[in-house]
Design a protein around this ligand. Structure first.
Ligand code: HSE
Length: 305
């Protein structure tokens, strides 16, 4: 095998109360990554998009993950990695995770390495550290496993795929920049017990709601009293997007990952499309450029095509 191409999906992490421990793979958008074997020992990175990401394999997530796998397998095989990013870097829908997870899966295939999904998340994590400066798997794990996953313990990667009812996800990406490292630096270092109780009650409610296909419980549990209070002021239109989305029937939502994208969950495609219209109205009114997506959950993670 000399060439492998993958589709690697955007992901929605946190889902309000599940900060760093819940994530969901999305059908739309996704990046396309091709890995080709080449002569020599080099890792050559090429971008088909215009995001100006590094082509230095030590400074690019894809190169870091590829190198980690080569080192583990003690091979010096050269590779060309061609990346076509459709998920804008810094959007809050797992752009860096898509690169890291996509390369981990593609490299596993081309090297016939047989690493399991958990091991692939571990390799991909090397790239996520470069991107955000911290080890969290709430984008990487759903990107590789597909569906909705719980990361019960990050150091040991205790990853639990969860059942979900049918859901439609509407995302709006206002074109402002919020770096994950900054969005993490402003988080509270300590929590009052009362706040912690509210948060873990909601995350338990959310997980139960997903498993029991209880839309009302999902709706009541989509609350975040930890990250949202400090992060939402960075996102113009946040309150209005949620208010208008709820008025047209959304179940609830909030910040996608560390932002600036916002997400809303809905029971039907019709409601999700109405939510999209409301999101558009808000950002047209604010005069901020934006992009919207309406997606379902991607049951499969990174796909070899
Ligand atoms: N859980 C992470 C955060 C996701 O909210 O900081 C961003 O990568």
């Amino acid at each position: 095998m000399n060439s492998v191409t993958v589709h690697t999906p955007a992901t929605l992490s946190n889902l309000c109360s599940g900060f760093d421990i819940l994530g969901m793979a999305l059908e739309q958008p996704y990046d396309v990554i091709t890995i080709n074997k080449i002569e020599g020992k080099d890792i050559v990175i090429k971008h088909l998009d215009n995001y100006g990401l590094s082509t230095d394999p030590k400074q690019n997530i894809a190169g870091v993950v590829m190198e980690a796998m080569r080192k583990n397998l003690q091979t010096e095989q050269g590779f060309e990695i061609i990346i076509d990013k459709k998920i804008k870097p810094g959007s809050g829908i797992g752009s860096s995770a898509a690169s890291a997870a996509g390369v981990a899966v593609a490299a596993n295939e081309i090297l016939q390495a047989n690493f399991n999904k958990q091991q692939l998340v571990q390799f991909a994590m090397e790239g996520e550290v470069l991107a955000s400066g911290s080890k969290h798997a709430d984008n990487l794990a759903p990107c590789i496993y597909g569906g909705l996953v719980l990361i019960r313990d990050t150091p040991t990667l205790d990853i639990i795929p969860l059942n979900t009812p049918e859901l439609f996800i509407t995302i709006v990406h206002p074109q402002i920049e919020i770096k994950t490292s900054y969005a993490r630096s402003i988080l509270p270092k300590d929590l009052p017990l009362k706040t912690a109780i509210t948060q873990w009650a909601n995350v338990a409610g959310l997980v139960t709601g997903f498993i029991q296909h209880d839309y009302s419980l999902i709706s009541r549990s989509l609350k975040d009293v930890v990250a949202e209070p400090v992060r939402s002021p960075l996102i113009p239109g946040f309150d209005e997007v949620r208010e208008r989305s709820m008025q047209v029937g959304a179940l609830g939502g909030g910040i996608s990952g560390s932002g600036p994208s916002l997400f809303m969950l809905s029971r039907t495609a019709e409601i999700a499309n109405e939510v999209e219209k409301e999101m558009r109205l808000v950002y047209v009114k604010l005069g901020i450029e934006f992009k919207t997506y309406v997606s379902t959950i991607a049951e499969q993670g990174v796909r070899i095509v």
